[in-house]
Design a protein around this ligand. Structure first.
Ligand code: SAH
Ligand code: SF4
Length: 381
């Protein structure tokens, strides 16, 4: 029994059962009790222990004494003309992270943050330029999904799937602030809740994790919790990728692509989505498209071109539309399904790579900016 109350949102089913046992529940009954409590917390979106009517009264009393249900508080809540909605959520000590909801006709996608800031410092990324404070807890990660579902329901969101009793959010992309594989345990715990039928019940194909390429963690994810995978490639050669995505110096392209193939042995989809940000004059020339076409042969993949979203102080410009289209054509002619990501929500700084947030930087990064960054999504299709 712990002295200070635990946050129940930090637990997936196995962890909740273990905690219930340590809090006095009979070990043989703890898994069943855990499933009951998870359903109230994450399916019914209920906080109040008294409302958990099928949970034994004695257990409800213990829960009230020894645990809490604590969600990040909303700092701002903005909706853009295209319906994209962005919440800035307070995660304490002057840090705040973004969560972005992107409604479409047949789905509702939530872009979730995994860290306050990011230590990996990709050259074109506003989150990276803000530095790094800390990993989000599992509760702060799953709390973003729980919050979005509750807020959308409270505001009367109506879609065919909501009418059928499902949550408003049907798809999750781990593409907000931070590198999800650098916060492995908490991200996996939160993703297990996303997939759990007693919680959010999303299929593995509807949860996409985007990574800049932490190879050992990608191998661990394959075993721990394989979901759909997006990889931030952004350059077709090590020389250029070393500059744009510095983690490439540690895990170069050959190692990354090999890890992608190992991942696909267990993945819910039979392809990886390669993300490629289009930077004017940097990585968008015809020879880059041809190099990319050659490189990507190594892995079954689709390619998603992301027009660069500028932020204050960034040295890059977005590639002109015509150049993006001819880059796309080269890849399509080479046989790749290649899409151009729609920019959604840029009026509220919710577009890809514009994720705001507030980060109390603890790194020694000199290049710090007050700019806004968030990275959004149109998930791997
Ligand atoms: N850290 C993870 C996930 C968050 S970033 C990753 O790097 O994959 C989500 C996506 O947005 C990544 O592909 C990232 O490279 C891209 N991105 C970052 N900054 C951007 C910008 N300014 N414009 C467009 N895309 C950007
Ligand atoms: Fe971090 Fe991803 Fe931004 Fe790179 S692109 S700095 S890994 S959030």
């Amino acid at each position: 029994m712990s002295a200070s109350p635990v946050n129940l949102l930090d637990f997936d089913e196995a962890r909740l059962a273990a905690w219930l046992t340590s809090a006095g529940e009979e070990a043989s009954r703890a898994p069943m009790r855990a499933r009951q409590v998870l359903r109230w917390l994450h399916r019914e979106l209920v906080d109040d222990f008294d409302a958990m009517t099928n949970v034994a009264k004695a257990l409800r009393a213990r829960l009230a004494e020894q645990s809490r249900v604590t969600m990040p508080a909303v700092v701002t809540d903005n909706t853009s003309a295209d319906g994209t909605r962005k919440w800035l959520l307070d995660v304490g000590n002057g840090n705040a992270v973004d969560t972005v909801f992107i409604p479409e006709d047949d789905r509702g996608t939530l872009c979730i943050s995994s860290q306050a800031g990011c230590a990996l410092d990709c050259a074109f990324c506003s989150t990276g330029k803000q530095g790094f404070n800390r990993n989000l807890s599992a509760a702060e990660i799953i709390g973003q999904l729980r919050h979005a579902n509750r807020a959308l329901l409270a505001d009367g969101a109506r879609t065919p799937w909501i009418e059928a009793g499902r949550h408003p959010v049907t798809n999750v992309v781990m593409m907000g602030m931070g590198e999800p594989l650098a916060n492995f345990d908490n991200v996996v715990t939160a993703m297990r809740l996303m997939l759990d039928d007693n919680a959010y019940g999303l299929s593995r194909r509807r949860v996409t994790l985007s990574t800049s390429g932490l190879v050992p963690a990608l191998d661990r994810l394959r075993d721990a919790c394989p979901v759909a995978l997006a990889v931030s490639l952004h350059a077709p050669s090590d020389a250029l990728r070393d500059e744009l995505v510095p983690i490439n110096r540690k895990y170069p392209l050959r190692a990354l692509l090999a890890a992608c193939n190992r991942y696909l042995e267990r993945a819910p989809r039979d392809f990886v989505t390669f993300e490629y940000v289009m930077l004017d004059g940097v990585n968008d020339q015809p020879q880059h498209a041809h190099q990319l076409a050659d490189l990507a042969r190594a892995v079954p993949c689709k390619i998603n071109l992301i027009p660069f979203n500028p932020f204050p102080g960034s040295p890059f410009r977005r590639s002109p539309r015509g150049r993006i289209l001819s880059f796309q054509k080269t890849l399509i002619d080479a046989g790749y399904v290649t899409t151009i990501r729609k920019t959604r929500g840029d009026a509220i700084d919710a577009a890809c790579g514009q994720l705001a947030g507030q980060v109390q930087d603890r790194t020694k990064r000199t290049e710090r900016r007050a700019g806004i960054a968030i990275a959004v999504v149109q998930a791997a299709r």
